[in-house]
Ligand binder design. Structure first.
Ligand code: BGC
Length: 403
């Protein structure tokens, strides 16, 4: 049995089913996958009808070496739409109603694959909307020891490894299988990260399922199995601005994070091991605070891991309210931590959908996760997945309005 409480040992049949997604059912195609502003339809969920049975798909362009990139659009009964690209499993747009029923995009990104492949994007790599792996967040010096063996993984951030190294899961082409279940439309993405990729041990079979539920939630399920013990920490790197197109920055968003402590970091954002109480500091979001209220007191801005008060079972990681649009977002997860990052390194060089320029604090991320550098921090919950175990974690972003 696994020693870590993190991983449930699922019956072989179930894990095989989870990991054997293939692209065998054909979606319908559509040209208008990402219209920016529309009005919410009457709630067809009440009558038991779904918006459409299956997600649609369209071409999103090609990688530099000529691989096709597909873009899938999931639609729900209330008119919400999520578009996801097979490049990086990236959430490229998320259309959400505001308090007047107007539906518009709330995540940063690009209309075409070129935006994600451009030299400017690759240089700063902000990871807009991408799936992050094999290890989300930082590993000090890219070094760790598992089963008595030291590993060196790709170093790409001030001598440390960030978000999987030089070529993380955000830059891989995922195999996609569209579907639908009783909750809503789904997109199942699979990727095999081979033994030795970026220096990590073990063949890691990864399955990520996005579900756009008819209750206006985007749910992301992550599953993985390995044939050698390896650290795994998967997340999504969406940048939200619930008033995108109306406000250049996210400083007026009110955020609540149910965490009494955060992980203290050094100058390169590597945890020192200390879990510090947030009380009396600008990190205290246990009651709602505007992002901009105390951000000037945090050098560089927020880019820290909060230690959620509840570590297991589905629990709240954060709630967000945007006063102009009335939009709310609740993030729930079974992870023990969340990286709250306020787009501190966005500097106006990237221009996204609808010509919007992404400047400092133009979006915020809530990356649910195990704590940074866990492979080197014995006191932190373990991130090591062993052969025979199945990694499984779920995070949902649920949208609503407050009038
Ligand atoms: C990190 C930031 C980093 C950003 C984009 C966040 O998850 O914590 O430090 O700049 O990702 O790369």
């Amino acid at each position: 049995m696994p020693t870590s409480p993190r991983y449930a040992l699922l019956a072989t049949g179930l894990s095989t089913a989870l990991l054997l997604a293939s692209c065998d059912s054909k979606p319908t195609t559509s040209q208008d996958s990402a219209a920016t502003t529309t009005t919410a339809p009457a709630d067809s969920a009440a009558t038991g009808t779904n918006a459409s049975a299956m997600p649609t798909s369209a071409s999103f362009g090609k990688t530099a070496d000529g691989q096709e990139i597909q873009l899938f659009t999931l639609t729900n009964a209330k008119g919400m739409k999520a578009t996801i690209s097979t490049y990086g499993g990236t959430l490229t747009s998320l259309l959400v109603p505001d308090k007047d029923g107007k539906i518009s995009d709330v995540v940063l990104g690009f209309d075409k694959a070129e935006g994600y492949l451009s030299p400017e994007f690759r240089k700063s790599n902000p990871y807009f909307g991408a799936l992050i792996g094999r290890y989300g967040n930082r590993i000090a010096k890219g070094k760790f020891t598992v089963d008595g063996k030291e590993y060196q993984v790709g170093v790409n951030n001030n001598g440390n490894s960030l978000h999987g190294g030089k070529l993380g899961f955000d830059q891989k082409i995922w195999t996609a299988k569209p579907g639908s279940d009783s909750d809503g439309q789904t997109l199942t993405l699979t990727y095999l990260s081979k033994d030795g990729e970026e220096g990590y041990p073990g063949n890691l079979n990864v399955t990520v399922t996005y579900t756009l539920t008819n209750d206006n939630a985007l749910k992301i399920d992550y599953a993985a199995t390995t044939d050698k013990a390896t650290p795994v920490n998967l997340t999504n790197h969406a940048y939200f601005n619930l008033a995108l197109g109306q406000s250049k920055d996210v400083l007026a968003h009110q955020v609540t994070i149910p965490a009494d402590r955060y992980t203290v970091v050094d100058a390169n954002l590597i945890p020192t091991g200390e879990l510090k109480p947030v009380k009396g500091t600008p990190f205290d979001f246990t009651t709602p605070h505007a992002i901009g209220e105390r951000i000037a007191q945090v050098p560089g801005g927020y880019d820290h891991n909060w230690v959620l008060n509840q570590a297991t079972g589905q629990h709240s990681a954060a709630t967000v309210y945007e006063p102009t649009t009335g939009r709310t977002m609740e993030v729930t997860t079974d992870e023990p931590g969340v990286q709250f990052y306020t787009g501190n390194f966005l500097d106006g060089t990237l221009k996204g959908k609808d010509g919007v320029v992404y400047g400092k604090h133009g979006g915020f991320c809530l990356e649910t996760q195990h704590f940074p550098d866990s492979p080197n921090q014995k006191e932190f919950p373990s991130t090591v997945l062993k052969p025979g175990e199945t990694y499984h974690t779920t995070t949902s972003y649920t949208f609503g309005v407050r009038k």
